[in-house]
Design a protein around this ligand. Structure first.
Ligand SMILES: CC(C)(COP(=O)(O)OP(=O)(O)OC[C@H]1O[C@@H](n2cnc3c(N)ncnc32)[C@H](O)[C@@H]1OP(=O)(O)O)[C@@H](O)C(=O)NCCC(=O)NCCS
Length: 183
């Protein structure tokens, strides 16, 4: 069973210790520790950031984070989503020992289900960047309906999904048990 749990004094060390393979480090660009620090800085600046630990049964296996912000970067000026509120997936990783077991996909789905409740406010889109060489991430995001925008920054593609409906193909409906724990 996959759960998303708040990061507390009890699990912060476990989350910081999680790591990807050396050749995957470019895909995430930042460590879990740095992302957690970013979350605190953004929250202090009034940009809601949600960092969560990914648990499989009782083991911490990964980390993810999303923020709630306006898509107002100058490079988006000619895009239909310019100026629109969105949830931005800032970071997602599964520790190298636990990859390829379905945890990333289940955790991603849990996160999207959470985002669909608009926990920080209304939004039209959910967006993310992925390295164009990261074929696993690309296919994972495409399987949840993310579409490439063609906007590439620092070798990373901006992909976007409109938040106008529920995830159509729920893993739970396929009989895989998951639970969202935010407490
Ligand atoms: C990307 C990542 C989060 C996916 O998590 P995961 O638990 O390893 O992936 P899952 O086991 O849930 O599999 C997700 C999909 O990727 C595919 N996949 C997983 N490992 C794969 C591999 N080594 N080769 C090819 N496909 C693979 C699976 O087949 C699955 O697709 P399917 O359900 O259609 O079969 C994880 O691999 C990771 O942390 N990678 C390094 C950091 C990273 O790239 N983060 C994303 C930054 S944008």
């Amino acid at each position: 069973m996959i759960e998303l749990r708040k990061i507390t004094g009890d699990n912060i060390d476990e989350v910081i210790a999680l790591e990807v393979e050396k050749n995957q480090e470019d895909f995430i660009e930042t460590t879990n520790l740095r992302s957690f620090a970013d979350a605190h800085m953004m929250n202090a600046d009034g940009i809601p950031a949600t960092p969560l630990a990914i648990y499989a049964d009782e083991s911490a296996v990964g980390f993810l984070m999303y923020i709630y912000d306006t898509l107002d970067h100058e490079s988006f000026e000619n895009e239909i989503f310019y100026g629109k509120k969105s949830y931005f997936i800032w970071h997602i990783m599964i520790d190298k020992r636990y990859q390829g077991k379905g945890y990333g996909k289940l955790a991603f789905e849990k996160m999207l289900m959470d985002i669909e409740t608009m926990p920080e406010g209304e939004a039209e889109y959910v967006v993310l960047f992925y390295r164009t060489s990261n074929v696993i991430a690309k296919s994972l995001y495409a399987s949840f309906g993310f579409v490439d925008t063609g906007i590439i920054q620092d070798h990373s593609m901006l992909a976007i999904k409109k938040l106008d409906g529920k995830i159509t193909e729920s893993l739970e409906s396929q009989g895989k048990k998951c639970k969202l724990s935010m407490s």
